[in-house]
Design a binder for this molecule. Structure first.
Ligand code: ADP
Ligand code: X15
Length: 405
């Protein structure tokens, strides 16, 4: 990771959007067959519809121009069996767009291309969850070829998966002309105030469960932010890197790499002060680090008892004071087990940050926290972009040539 967080810089250049072809600049002719690669990765109860709502304008623009629009989206994961059908999302899209949105439950079965071919100009069909297939998350070219039978051009939205080189985004871009959807351009551009160092005091509150919170968040932002408040998997990983026993605390899907990176961050030069709590709260926990019994305080330094996991922490008074001076903040990943009633870290952080330029990142974080301020549909993707200045989908879009379109 670079020592400076980069994105679209605050000085107004296009940053990572430079050289990216855009749907907004591209005329769409009636009857053209378009795929919209979307990112409707949201829970079945649709607690937060931001990841769907942000793609409505692109869908409407394509359909209004008379395109035949095949929508592909991921949700959940094939790897852990959490991928589900998307029929409820087709119903929601229909209501919001005020037009019929048909649903075909598979995106790569024999029937799917026939459904796509039969669409009338202006029609929209949502195809089944791309993560029904193992090849999606592997970026499998054969699966991308199957998806490619649904259209002749692709508009790539789905910022939440822009850091993934998957069959339904970079895979399709390798096979057909493609442009960035308006939602992707907007989501990337809106990160600019949280990117390059601009002299404002900055804090990153990091939590959640996914390795990107450590690999992109902790490693990438410790060189450019003033204060990092780790929670969730990031705090657990730091405690492990410091040599504490962490019991059943959740260390994510790539624990060895994350602990190694956390150790490098702790030992290497960095700008950020990293907050380590004096008191964490531990509770009996299941294999996923989720609490199954009441929590009790544990003073640090100390070891988490076997079968217990860190579920929450107290913010140190000096950090609470620092937050009141913060001018720019991001919260990436819920810092504590909020949905299980462990709310101390969130209660200490969010109300103070509500008065600053603060951005909440990610799907679960935005869905579960009481926040009325600015949000981003990207979690890991936004951190990747902030940390490295680029991501897989933008690279693939830049590689497209105008002659393809
Ligand atoms: N200490 C913890 N141990 C395990 N899970 C945690 C912990 N703290 C927060 N979480 C969980 O992290 C989830 C969000 O993680 P993640 O998927 O990485 O965020 P997002 O989808 O917003 O990017 C929350 O639902 C929360 O319950
Ligand atoms: O929810 C998402 O990412 P996030 O949890 O980093 O916000 C995206 O849809 C990417 O999903 P993935 O991390 O399963 O590839």
């Amino acid at each position: 990771m670079g020592s400076d967080a980069r994105c679209c810089d605050a000085g107004g250049s296009d940053g990572p959007l430079a050289g990216v072809p855009r749907l907004a600049d591209h005329p769409v002719a009636p009857g053209e067959r378009w795929i919209l690669s979307a990112g409707f990765n949201t829970g079945p109860e649709l607690a937060d519809t931001g990841r769907i709502d942000c793609e409505l304008a692109d869908l409407a623009a394509l359909a209004d121009a008379g395109a035949r629009v095949a929508v592909l989206s991921h949700q959940g994961s094939h790897r852990d069996g959490s991928a589900r059908g998307l029929s409820h999302i087709a119903a929601y899209l229909g209501r919001r767009l005020g037009r019929v949105v048909a649903y075909h439950p598979h995106s790569a079965d024999e029937e799917a291309p026939r459904v796509a071919e039969a669409m009338a100009p202006g029609a929209v069909v949502l195809f089944g969850n791309t993560r029904e297939y193992a090849g999606e998350e592997r970026g499998d070219v054969g699966l991308a070829r199957a998806f490619a039978r649904l259209g002749d051009r692709v508009a790539v939205g789905g910022f939440s998966k822009a850091h993934r080189a998957h069959a339904s985004n970079t895979g399709l871009l390798g096979l057909m002309p493609g442009v960035a959807a308006r939602s992707l351009v907007r989501d990337v551009a809106e990160l600019a105030p949280w990117a390059a160092r601009d002299g404002r005091r900055s804090v990153a509150v990091l939590g959640g469960r996914k390795p990107e919170k450590v690999l992109a968040g902790l490693a990438g932002l410790s060189g450019s932010y003033d204060l990092i408040v780790p929670g969730g998997v990031v705090l657990n990983t730091l405690l492990a890197a410091l040599g504490h026993r962490v019991g059943a605390s959740w260390l994510g899907s790539d624990p060895e790499r994350c602990v190694r990176v956390a150790r490098e961050v702790l030992q290497g030069p960095r700008r950020a002060v990293i907050h380590l709590p004096a008191t964490v709260y531990v509770a009996p926990a299941d294999a996923a680090g989720n609490p199954v019994g009441p929590a009790r305080p544990l003073a640090l330094p100390g070891d988490v008892p076997a079968g217990h996991a860190v579920v929450d922490f107290d913010l140190q008074p000096w950090a609470a004071a620092e937050l009141t001076y913060t001018e720019r903040a991001l919260v990436a990943g819920t810092p504590c087990q909020y949905r299980f009633g462990h709310t101390r870290a969130v209660d200490a952080v969010l109300p103070v940050l509500a008065g600053t330029d603060t951005l909440l990142l990610g799907g679960d974080t935005v869905a579960e926290l009481p926040w009325r301020g600015r949000t981003s549909t990207g979690g890991g993707s936004a951190l990747t972009l902030l940390a490295s200045g680029d991501c897989a989908v933008l690279r693939a879009l830049r590689a497209q040539t105008a002659s393809l379109l």
